[in-house]
Design a protein around this ligand. Structure first.
Ligand code: NAP
Length: 517
């Protein structure tokens, strides 16, 4: 839903520019408004808000973290229809929040950021096909799941049938009766396969690595439950706490004591036995690595859908794609009408293809050539006033990313408050501190389940884990609770930054508060 009512036409300089309108961008915008900072812009490359929850519309798309937790803590919703709300409800939730908190007028749609350069103590941001703008502070709310990743398959461009990625689902293409190949068995594929299996003529699933899958136990909420969620906030709060702690304890197995994950393996194997009758298929889908090394998935119907006569699971690699078929490594040719890529996202790109230049022309891609790193996943030495939400090593395999986003946004706001109080023109995290932080983080990861030998997108090409937070989420929250000025080089040369507007000063006086400047 695009809008012409945009506040951001007001000028080419803003205090804060935020890239993206997903959970991160939204949360950041709300907190800025709460702090009385109104001259900010959200730059959105598409024509509607919502980020990954706008783009992913594949059948069966839902969150695999229960919605009462996968939502903003300060904006709970009593209206989730099910434990795991479908994509349409999550997107509607985001739309509602954009309106309720009056964030929508701050969004500049069809504004794809191509580069950002820190010069004269402000960020100069280039928009594809548009005018430059400048900002004191740049916040990336781009997220890790924004750019689809395609497998490098010989002959892929030769294919004459229909082919699309799960994140770019072609709803105009009718799959009924078609011979469909699905590549990938990650979180997205296991959600859409049960939806398309009854429709298609033949489904050939190319599985490279079997995922561990436990039961999701999804269910619709009873009207009485919804009534209680709405009328008794304590019930809603307790339910959220229950989900949080149910997920949080898994961090113990992931990061401190992987043998504990044997219980998850037993649950996963029981799920296979319960759901699949075919012994050969059972064997094919049984993983051979410690659960959690790759994300543990949840489903109540994926295995059942594989055990159907119109489905075949192939575990041999793909040698090439031809005009109307896929040829496997062992020479078998499978005729197909359509290929669906459930092959995930370019998660290691972080701020993605945007070219970022920091102090003295430092290039972020070069700084990150051996793997992305930041301080608290948020700030990067040499790139002042740049804040990355869901940045390096803030990802989770066990709990809600919205919790991490809120922790980071709090940290950024603490920093902005300090900048206002001390009239700082920039903050730049100390290089030695960033190095020390990342060394300790990588050491901690060594004892984790993610270092038990499986290949996963958690690791970059060099085998370094640049994606996951190696501890409890409450530990991250504790680290981000306070912004410590001594951790940063503080720039005081110019005083243009986030100074409260006269209107705000007057309000502060009226409220009896000290003038924040
Ligand atoms: P994914 O988890 O990265 O899975 C990609 C799948 O494609 C894997 O099975 C992978 O196999 C396979 N693959 C990749 N390249 C391949 C190749 N060249 N040949 C054969 N197979 C190949 O992607 P996703 O399922 O789209 O999920 C991405 C992220 O979104 C994950 O973090 C996921 O948790 C998240 N997600 C979350 C939800 C939610 O409910 N919150 C829903 C959907 C997705 P290998 O395992 O062998 O690499």
């Amino acid at each position: 839903m695009s809008t012409d009512r945009t506040l951001v036409d007001m000028g080419q300089h803003v205090t804060v520019a935020i890239i993206g309108t997903g959970f991160s961008g939204l949360c950041m915008a709300i907190k800025l408004k709460e702090a009385g900072i109104d001259d900010f812009v959200l730059l959105e490359r598409a024509g509607a808000i919502g980020g990954t929850w706008r783009d992913n519309t594949y059948p069966g798309c839902a969150c695999d973290v229960p919605s009462h937790l996968y939502s903003l803590s300060f904006e709970p919703s009593a209206s989730w229809s099910r434990a795991y709300a479908p994509q349409s409800e999550i997107r509607a939730y985001l739309e509602r929040c954009f309106d309720k908190y009056h964030v929508r007028p701050h969004v500049r749609f069809h504004a794809k950021v191509v580069s950002a350069e820190f010069e004269d103590e402000r960020w100069r941001i280039r928009i594809e096909g548009g005018e430059d703008l400048t900002a004191d502070i740049l916040v990336s709310g781009v997220g890790g799941l924004s750019n689809p990743a395609y497998p490098k398959l010989r002959g892929r461009e030769r294919f004459r049938g229909e082919q699309f990625h799960s994140a770019l689902w072609n709803h105009d293409y009718d799959l009924t009766g078609k011979r469909v190949a699905v590549i990938g068995t990650g979180a997205s594929a296991i959600q859409f396969i049960p939806e398309i299996q009854p429709k298609v003529g033949q489904l050939t699933l190319f599985q490279r690595t079997a995922p561990w899958i436990i039961r999701r136990d999804d269910r619709a909420f009873h009207p009485v439950e919804k009534f209680l969620f709405e009328k008794v906030p304590a019930v809603r709060w307790l339910y959220r706490q229950k989900i949080y702690w149910q997920h949080e304890w898994r961090a113990f197995g992931f990061t401190i004591y992987p043998p504990m994950l044997k219980a998850a393996a037993l649950m996963g194997k029981a799920n296979i036995r319960r759901s699949i009758k075919n012994p050969e298929l059972r064997k094919k889908v049984t993983p051979n690595y410690t659960p959690g090394c790759k994300r543990i998935l949840k489903s109540d119907d994926y295995y059942q859908s594989l055990d159907k006569p119109n489905v075949e699971v192939l575990t041999t690699g793909i040698a090439e794609v031809k005009e109307h078929s896929i040829v496997t490594d062992d020479g078998r040719e499978v005729p197909v009408d359509a290929i669906i890529y459930g092959t995930g996202f370019a998660v290691h790109e972080y701020i993605g293809p945007v070219q970022i230049r920091g102090r003295d022309g430092a290039d972020l891609a070069t700084a990150w050539k051996d793997g992305a790193e930041a301080y608290l996943g948020t700030t990067i030495s040499g790139f002042p006033n740049l804040f990355m939400l869901t940045g390096p090593n803030t990802g989770l395999g066990h709990n809600s990313m919205v919790y991490m986003i809120e922790s980071q946004v709090h940290y950024v706001m603490e920093c902005i408050k300090l900048m206002r109080e001390r009239s700082l023109s920039f903050v730049d995290v100390r290089e030695d501190l960033q190095k020390q932080y990342n060394e300790s983080l990588q050491n901690r990861l060594k004892g984790s389940v993610w270092s038990t030998g499986c290949a996963s997108w958690y690791l970059n090409e060099q085998g370094k884990n640049t994606t996951l937070w190696p501890s409890f989420t409450f530990a991250f929250r504790a680290r981000t609770r306070r912004f410590v000025p001594a951790d940063y080089e503080l720039g005081k040369s110019k005083l243009h930054i986030v100074k409260p507007k006269p209107k705000e000063r007057a309000t502060a006086k009226l409220n009896g508060r000290a003038n924040p400047a």
